[in-house]
Design a protein around this ligand. Structure first.
Ligand SMILES: [Zn+2]
Length: 87
């Protein structure tokens, strides 16, 4: 596959994902804690868990959508964890 073809293929996937709604069972999200001294055990216990889009709003009622690729679950105030969308 030429580089141009590869770029076109990637763009096609991105375009499809950009128009897809976030909160559907077809989207998968990986929970990423920020491990350091101040990380709470609740967040650490969720690290690398996979969630489906249709579970998110129920499991993380305070979530903040940053972009089509990143959601902040806001497990607690000042939570630094992120949900990264799987491609
Ligand atoms: Zn957290």
């Amino acid at each position: 596959m030429s580089i141009l073809r590869a770029i076109q293929a990637v763009r096609a996937v991105q375009k499809r994902l950009d128009v897809e709604p976030l909160f559907t069972p077809q989207t998968e999200w990986t929970f990423q804690a920020v491990p350091d001294d101040t990380t709470c055990p609740v967040c650490m216990s969720k690290d690398l868990n996979i969630y489906y889009g249709d579970e998110l709003q129920q499991k993380f009622p305070y979530l903040v959508v940053e972009s089509n690729w990143v959601i902040r679950p806001m497990v607690h105030p000042n939570c630094r964890c992120m949900l990264m969308r799987k491609v």
